[in-house]
Design a protein around this ligand. Structure first.
Ligand code: PLP
Length: 464
């Protein structure tokens, strides 16, 4: 593709993106396709000869778009948001164009120093401890994996790194059953064994019980288990539960445990000062991660990972072959995460924070929280429904009330998602099915939330 063709196709593509956002409300939110339907439309044979870009782009429109679930749809109320804004998209185009590998400072001075500055901006924006240092990971799963590895090494005196399979005391990793499954995966990948994951009971709000944590650690110590790590959450995936960080932090420190806090979704809300009470006690954490790629308008992927002591993380992950030796006194992010090669993810944060400023992002979050609260009021007042949890920030769960509530709730979710007007997620609360509603797409309006609810009610009435 020559420069003129690139410009022509590039302009057409940007026009398509702008029109997509204008018209995204008209698509069914969840892709209405059967398994294999898309694959059947894709060429089986790898092309030996190149094709015209226009043909490829037509296939994108005809095959990929209808086969996609529209996360930017204003009535996407499923999972957590993965929202994106135009400045973030433009930044990603530039990132793709330069395709810098930000593995060490020398290969990417601007990307590295921008990343450091963006982490400082996020600390300011959210009133996080000034002494923390930050790195952008791809996902919160990577951040928690790094945290588990750092905790393992700190607890064993860097023995596993040095000697491999560990024959010392079993390590204890404490968390609640509400914590995201990425922790369980991290524990598995770190070779600690399933039994290391110690599930602390929760209270009526699904938040970890500090007294139960303390008791469990004491009992484990007596049984020869070495407490190594505590993982708390602010805004759990199922119901948005928020663990009491301060009380948990005191216990974690008293037992020398590495303390990680996961706020993958809720972290963005801390840009609005009135929500920061949820983070009271965060300063005791050894590491903290939240995803600007969820609620902040920064496109996937971008996970902000802060650490109290960067040396613990670097010592855990460092490798230094000759070809990676770099400049003295600079940050080499290769040692801060799992991967060596890394994209310049800081650029889209820079573009988004400068384009909107913290106030507009805070206002977006406030709107989502207010609309979720309004919706919760409607559900509470409706005799046909039961508000089961929340709202916690912009997340609530509900079910149908009355006879056969569980089966009818499951049937309602299927009806809603097959209908396509809105898209919701199932989960279970205390063993019973519920439907989650999570408000958070950048284009969502109050009317979208109300219209989605009206459709849910209509479909529920149709179930009989
Ligand atoms: N933590 C919480 C609370 C989450 O809700 C999620 C995903 O939704 C994760 C961690 C994992 O996030 P990621 O997809 O960035 O690994």
């Amino acid at each position: 593709m020559d420069a003129e063709e690139f410009k022509r196709q590039g302009h057409a593509l940007v026009d398509w993106i702008a029109d997509y956002f204008e018209g995204v409300r008209d698509y069914p939110v969840r892709a209405q396709v059967a398994p294999g339907e898309i694959a059947a439309k894709l060429g089986k044979q790898v092309p030996a000869e190149g094709e015209a870009f226009s043909a490829i782009f037509e296939d994108f429109k005809d095959i990929i778009v209808p086969g996609s679930t529209h996360w930017q749809h204003p009535r996407f109320l499923a999972y957590f948001p993965s929202n994106v804004t135009p400045p973030s998209i433009l930044a990603d185009m530039l990132t793709a164009a330069m395709s810098v590998n930000a593995m060490i400072w020398e290969t990417s001075p601007a990307a590295t120093e921008l990343e450091e500055r963006m982490m400082d901006w996020l600390k300011q924006a959210m009133d996080l401890p000034a002494s923390w240092q930050g790195v952008i990971q791809d996902t919160a799963s990577s951040a928690v994996f790094c945290a588990v590895l750092a905790a393992r090494e700190r607890a064993t005196g860097w023995k596993v790194n040095a000697e491999g399979l560990y024959e010392g005391p079993k390590l204890g990793i404490y968390t609640s059953a509400e914590t995201h499954s990425s922790l369980e995966k991290a524990v598995k990948m770190a070779g600690l064994g399933k039994a290391s994951l110690r599930i602390v009971p929760t209270d009526d709000n699904f938040a970890m019980h500090p007294a139960a944590l303390s008791r469990m650690i004491d009992e484990d110590k007596a049984a020869g288990i070495q407490p190594a790590m505590v993982v708390a959450s602010v805004g759990t995936t199922g119901v948005g539960a928020c663990d009491p960080l301060k009380a948990i932090g005191i216990i974690a420190r008293a037992h020398g445990c590495y303390y990680h806090v996961d706020a993958a979704w809720a972290g963005t809300a801390m840009i609005a000062p009135e929500f920061r009470y949820l983070m009271d006690g965060l300063e005791a954490a050894d590491s903290y991660a939240f995803n600007p790629h969820k609620w902040m308008g920064v496109g996937f992927d971008c996970s902000a990972h802060f650490v109290r002591d960067k040396e613990t993380l670097i010592r855990t992950l460092t490798i230094l072959p000759e070809y990676l030796k770099s400049t003295e006194g600079v940050t080499d992010y290769r040692d801060w995460g799992i991967q060596l090669g890394r994209r310049n993810r800081a650029l889209k944060l820079w573009f988004v924070l400068r384009s909107y400023g913290t106030e507009a992002i805070a206002q977006m979050v406030r709107n989502h929280v207010a609309w979720a609260a309004e919706l919760a009021g409607l559900i509470r007042a409706d005799k046909d429904f039961e508000l089961v949890t929340g709202p916690s920030l912009a997340l609530l769960t509900f079910r149908l009330a009355g006879k056969d509530a569980d089966a009818r709730t499951e049937a309602l979710l299927d009806a809603v998602n097959n209908d396509g007007f809105t898209y919701l997620t199932r989960t279970k609360v205390k063993g019973r099915p519920v439907i989650r509603i999570s408000v958070g797409a950048v284009r969502t309006t109050r009317d979208d939330v109300l219209a989605a609810w009206a459709r849910v009610k209509e479909l529920a009435a149709g179930l009989g």
